[in-house]
Unconditional design. Structure first.
Length: 94
């Protein structure tokens, strides 16, 4: 996950939105741009394995970038998912 965090961090700088602690929304947009997966797919209901993989990585990225972001908050930003879903995704990626 280290390279993804660095890539998103660099992309946020390029986009001109690189505060010390980027917002969850900014992280989602930067990750979408970096991976080529649309924000709609990342936040949507799709259960396609390719989309789910990117969504799980994004959940972990958000949690690592902002440890104060609760699982519930992350879930709300990513399509209203349950906190248990986010917790399992983060554990799976780590």
């Amino acid at each position: 996950m280290g390279p993804a965090i660095l890539s998103v961090s660099n992309l946020l700088k390029e986009m001109g939105t690189a505060p010390k602690k980027p917002s969850v929304d900014a992280l989602i947009r930067a990750y979408a741009k970096l991976t080529g997966v649309s924000v709609e797919d990342l936040c949507g209901k799709s259960q396609a394995s390719g989309i789910v993989h990117y969504r799980h990585e994004l959940m972990c990225l958000i949690r690592r970038t902002d440890p104060t972001a609760s699982y519930s908050l992350i879930g709300r930003f990513l399509g209203g998912r349950d906190m248990a879903t986010v917790h399992e995704a983060v554990a799976k990626v780590e």
